[in-house]
Design a protein around this ligand. Structure first.
Ligand code: SF4
Length: 637
C-alpha cells in the first residue's frame, strides 16, 4: 500500500485512444514526491528531444501531490507540465480549485496525454471509465461558457478543465481554466492542450484515499485549520487576498506601469484590494479545503460590457491596471473576465498589449499594421487586441506569439519593450531597485515568474530603513539610498526557489505559509501521518533542489545554446533608470547583474554558463541525468 497516493499513473494516447495505467515507481515517489516533481521526472525521461511544443509527441501532464485531496488546509492544487510553446524549454503551471482532488478520488495521481485526437474532443474520466468524446459545439466556446455547458451535460459533480478559443488557436500564452476563475496561466499549457484538440477534461472521482494513520491525520488536520485561523494575518490578509499588496508595491516603487516605463502609478487606490471590496465583490471564493478563500467573486460593469468574474488578483491588477493603465477596478476586472473567457494568461496578455501600445507610440508599428488606434488607459484597446489575438487575426497573429517572438519578427528596436526572460513575459514586480527579486526573475526555471521566489521584502528591507514608515506616509518619507547588491541575495533566492516550489510537489497551496506564517513543520507532520514516511522539511527541501536542477537540465537539452545568456533581463532594466516614483533614477548596472549571476551559479554548484556541474547532479542523486546529457552532447563541467 502506498499511503497518501493512489499509486496509479493514467496514460492516454490520443492518436489511438489507448488508455493504460501503471503504478508509480519507488524512484518517482522517493526522489520526486509528486506534482511538480512528477512533471519534471516524466518530461526528462520521456519527452522526445528537440520536438516542437505543438508536435503531437509533446506531453501534457497533470499531476497531484501526496497531500492533494487530503483533510488539511488548502490541499486542492494541481500541477501541469509540458514543453513550453512560449520558451521552448521546461514548462509548468499550477492551479487551485477542485480538479486535482477529483483526479485523485478517481484513482489517479497523475495523467499523461500524448498524441492528438483526429477531431476536437472532450476527455471524460469517471472513476475507472475513460472516454474520448467529440467536442461538438464546445469547440469555439469561451472557457467559462464551455465549463457551464459541460456541467449541465455531465453533472455538477464533475470537475472540469477547459481551454478557451485562444488555446484552440495555439496562442502561446493560452491558459487552462477551471472552476469559473481558477487558471493554470503560465507557459502556454493551454495551447498545448489545444494542439492536442482537447477542449476539456472532465473528472468525477468517488473513491477514497489511503491514509497511514487516519485518526492522527484527522486530528492533526483539525489542529492545522485551527492554527491557520488563529494567525494574525487570517483576518487581515484573507478579505482582500493577493490584491491587498497593491498599495505596498506601488509605494515602494515596484508597480509596473506603462510597459515598465516607470514603477509608480498615480491611480493605484482606484484599483487596489479595497476597491474590489467596495465596487465588485459579491462573495469570497476558495479552492478545495481552503480556510483562507483569497478569490473574490463579483460583478463588474463597464461602458463596453458587464460580467461576473473571479478576481482580479494582484498580478492582473499590475499588468492591466499598471502596465496597460486601466484606471478603474471595474475595467481591470472586465479585462480579467475577457482573458478568462478567451483563455489567455492575464499576465502575458497585459504584457503583450502594453508592448503593442508602446510600439505604436514609438512609431515601430504603424496604424495600418494594427488596424486602429490603440492606447494606454483604454479598455476598448484591450477588448480589440484580445479579440484579434484570440482569432489570430491581423496584428493578433503576431501578438499571439508573445513579446519575445513578436519582437524578433518585427525588429526595428521593438525588443527594447519586450519585457520577458526566456520568452515568458514578466509578472507584476518592477525590480530596478530590487536586486534579489531581479535575480529571482532572471533565474526562474519557466521564465520571468514571481511564484518561484518572491524576495522583494529582502530588497525593500535593505533599501528603506523602515518600509512601514514609507507605506504609511504614502511614499513621501525621505528617499533612501538604492538597495544594496549583496551576496546574500543569491542565498535568499535559492532558499525561496526550493521552499515555494516544494508546495507544488506536495500538492498544497503555499499562501498559508507565505502570507500567514503557518509553520512548515505542520506539513512535515501531516506528510508523515498521511504517507507513513517520516521526512523532515529540510529533507524535502533537498528533493526540491533535485527537482530544480532537473528542470534546468530539461531546458539545457531542449533549447539550443541554453545557458547564462538566457538568464538576462531586458536590456532596459540595466540601461534605463526608473522614470518616476520612489525609485526614480535607479537601476542595477549590467556588471552588478553579472555579479549576482556569478554568486547564484556558484551557490548552486553550476558552472559559469549556468549549467549544473556533474558533481552537483551526482550529489543530488541525478547521476543518470548527467550521463544522459553527456551522451546527448550537452556539455557539463
Ligand atoms: Fe486557493 Fe487562495 Fe486558498 Fe490558496 S489561499 S488555496 S489560492 S483560495
Amino acid at each position: 500500500m502506498r499511503y497518501g497516493y493512489q499509486d496509479k499513473l493514467l496514460r492516454i494516447d490520443l492518436n489511438t485512444g489507448t488508455v493504460a495505467t501503471e503504478p508509480l515507481s519507488d524512484e518517482m515517489v522517493d526522489n520526486f514526491i509528486g506534482g511538480r516533481g512528477f512533471v519534471a521526472k516524466l518530461l526528462f525521461d520521456e519527452l522526445p528531444r528537440g520536438i516542437d511544443p505543438y508536435d503531437p509527441q509533446n506531453m501534457f501532464i497533470a499531476a497531484t501531490g501526496p497531500l492533494s485531496g487530503h483533510f488539511l488546509p488548502a490541499s486542492g492544487k494541481t500541477h501541469f507540465g509540458t514543453k513550453s510553446p512560449a520558451t521552448g524549454g521546461y514548462a509548468d503551471s499550477n492551479m487551485g480549485g477542485h480538479f486535482g482532488p477529483a483526479l485523485k478520488y478517481a484513482g489517479y495521481d497523475a495523467l499523461v496525454l500524448t498524441g492528438r485526437t483526429a477531431e476536437p474532443s472532450v476527455l471524460v474520466i469517471d472513476d475507472d471509465r475513460v472516454e474520448i468524446r467529440p467536442a461538438h459545439d464546445y469547440w469555439g466556446q469561451g472557457a467559462l461558457i464551455a465549463e457551464t455547458n459541460l456541467k449541465a451535460e455531465l453533472g455538477e459533480d464533475f470537475q472540469i478543465l477547459t481551454i478557451g478559443p485562444a488555446g484552440e488557436k495555439r496562442v502561446r500564452y493560452a491558459c487552462l481554466s477551471h472552476d469559473f476563475g481558477r487558471q493554470a496561466g503560465r507557459s502556454g499549457v493551454g495551447a498545448v492542450l489545444g494542439s492536442k484538440k482537447i477542449k476539456a477534461i472532465a473528472v468525477r472521482g468517488t473513491g477514497s484515499l489511503p491514509v497511514y494513520d487516519i485518526e492522527k491525520a484527522y486530528a492533526k488536520g483539525v489542529e492545522a485549520f485551527e492554527k491557520v485561523a488563529a494567525k494574525p494575518g487570517y483576518t487581515e490578509w484573507t478579505p482582500e487576498g493577493t490584491a491587498g499588496i497593491t498599495n505596498w508595491c506601488n509605494e515602494v516603487g515596484a508597480f509596473p506601469t506603462r510597459n515598465f516605463q516607470t514603477s509608480f502609478s498615480e491611480h493605484y487606490e482606484a484599483i487596489n484590494g479595497k476597491a474590489i471590496l467596495e465596487k465588485l465583490k459579491i462573495t469570497d471564493k476558495g479552492c478545495y479545503c481552503c480556510p483562507t478563500p483569497c478569490g473574490k467573486y463579483g460583478r463588474t460593469k463597464t461602458e463596453i460590457g458587464d460580467a461576473y468574474v473571479e478576481g482580479p488578483e494582484y498580478e492582473t491588477i499590475a499588468l492591466f491596471g499598471g502596465n496597460c493603465e486601466l484606471k478603474t477596478i471595474e475595467e481591470v476586472a472586465y479585462a480579467n473576465y475577457l482573458c478568462d473567457e478567451l483563455g489567455v494568461d492575464t499576465i502575458s496578455a497585459g504584457a503583450v498589449i502594453s508592448w503593442a501600445v508602446v510600439c505604436l507610440e514609438k512609431g515601430i508599428l504603424c496604424l495600418d499594421e494594427i488596424g486602429r488606434p490603440i492606447h494606454f488607459a483604454d479598455l476598448e484597446t484591450v477588448d480589440y487586441l484580445l479579440g484579434k489575438i484570440t482569432r489570430r487575426e491581423g496584428i493578433g497573429d503576431l501578438l499571439a506569439e508573445g513579446v519575445k517572438k513578436a519582437a524578433e519578427k518585427v525588429g526595428r528596436g521593438s525588443d527594447a519593450f519586450a519585457i520577458h526572460v526566456k520568452g515568458l513575459e514578466w509578472t507584476g514586480y518592477e525590480c530596478r531597485n530590487a536586486p534579489s527579486m531581479m535575480l529571482a526573475y532572471m533565474t526562474a526555471d519557466i521564465g520571468a515568474h514571481h511564484a518561484r521566489a518572491w524576495v522583494l521584502g529582502h530588497d525593500m528591507a535593505g533599501a528603506w530603513t523602515n518600509v512601514n514608515d514609507l507605506v504609511q506616509s504614502g511614499g513621501t518619507v525621505e528617499r533612501q539610498p538604492p538597495a544594496q547588491i549583496r551576496k546574500e541575495s543569491a542565498d535568499y533566492v535559492i532558499d525561496s526557489q526550493h521552499t515555494r516550489p516544494l508546495f507544488d510537489a506536495l500538492g498544497v497551496c503555499r499562501l498559508q505559509l507565505m502570507e500567514l506564517g503557518f509553520e512548515v513543520e505542520n506539513y512535515a507532520e501531516l506528510f508523515a501521518l498521511i504517507t507513513g514516511t517520516k521526512r523532515s522539511w529540510e529533507e524535502m527541501l533537498r528533493v526540491s533542489e533535485r527537482i530544480w536542477n532537473l528542470t534546468r537540465s530539461i531546458s539545457a537539452r531542449e533549447i539550443q545554446g541554453f545557458g547564462r545568456s538566457w538568464d538576462y533581463p531586458p536590456e532596459r532594466f540595466f540601461t534605463e533608470p526608473v522614470a518616476s516614483g520612489p525609485n526614480e533614477g535607479y537601476l542595477i548596472p549590467a556588471d552588478k547583474l553579472e555579479q549576482l549571476l556569478d554568486w547564484y551559479y556558484e551557490a548552486r554548484g553550476w558552472d559559469a554558463n549556468g549549467l549544473p556541474m556533474k558533481a552537483t547532479l551526482m550529489r543530488l542523486g541525478l547521476g543518470d541525468v548527467a550521463e544522459t546529457l553527456a551522451a546527448e552532447g550537452v556539455l557539463l563541467n
